[in-house]
Design a protein around this ligand. Structure first.
Ligand code: CIR
Length: 249
């Protein structure tokens, strides 16, 4: 994690002091939860101290069973983050890349089976979405651009619960753009509650959204992690990892 985290990009939040040491402790707990509860092997990219937002690796790449797509982040300050992640991923997948003038942030991409939904946001443009389509079509994925309003990324508004079900904030996306997908709404008093991290069969969630958690816990066992310090940098739970299958395991 960068010592300069407090100088991160901010779009919707007011800047407030960030305790980087506290953020590191929370991030360490997140890694341990991924290892111990979700049985993931954590592979770290080297810390990049000159890149404040580098901890939010989700935005740098999208990894499928067949291929990894290296993003071109919409914020110019974040473009230097991708190479270290590409280096790590090249041990696991063939790489493809989003090229200029396209921009896509990984936080704008989610998959329901072989359908990719890509948010059109301040970070992801139509050229980038077109490139995603051309890269993913040969692997049998369709790409659907969706409108996102009121939040930073598509994954602030919708994340995967299962292949056919998303946890959503209906105020920030339009249900018509997700035909055939079951949408599980957050509690309206918790607008940022639509970000849940699924790792295999395990779910990691924030204790900051107790009402939505209570709704989810009627059917899903949740593991909780407090990432409040990273949330001040507009990072949600999914942002700090890229979860994928090791095809050689
Ligand atoms: C940014 O604005 O780019 C960072 N401060 C936060 C990125 C959060 N990433 C994500 O939601 N996927």
């Amino acid at each position: 994690m960068s010592d300069a985290l407090a100088h991160c990009e901010l779009t919707y939040l007011e800047r407030q002091p960030i305790d980087v040491e506290k953020a590191r402790v929370q991030h360490g707990q997140y890694e341990r939860l991924l290892e111990k509860v979700a049985h993931c092997t954590v592979v770290r990219a080297p810390a990049a101290h000159d890149l404040p937002d580098a901890v939010f690796v989700e935005d740098t790449a999208v990894v499928l069973d067949e291929v990894a797509v290296i993003m071109r982040p919409g914020a110019a300050s974040r473009r230097g983050e991708t190479e270290a992640v590409a280096d790590v991923l090249s041990d696991f997948r063939e790489l493809r890349r989003i090229e200029a003038p396209g921009t896509v942030d990984g936080g704008d991409v989610l998959f329901c089976g072989r359908r990719a939904f890509v948010g059109r946001t301040s970070r992801t443009n139509d050229e980038g979405i077109g490139q995603m389509q051309r890269i993913l079509a040969p692997f049998g994925y369709s790409v659907h651009a969706v409108t996102v309003s009121g939040c930073l990324h598509l994954k602030s508004a919708a994340t995967v619960l299962s292949e056919n079900q998303l946890l959503v904030n209906p105020a920030w996306i339009s249900s018509e753009e997700f035909p055939g997908v079951e949408l599980f709404p957050i509690d309206p008093s918790e607008p940022n509650a639509a970000n849940i991290l699924k790792a295999g069969d395990d779910y990691i969630y924030s204790p900051a959204f107790p009402r939505t958690a209570a709704r989810l816990q009627r059917g899903l066992p949740l593991n909780f992690i407090d990432m409040s310090e990273l949330a001040k940098a507009e990072g949600a739970l999914t942002c700090c990892s890229i979860v994928f299958r090791d095809m050689d395991a």
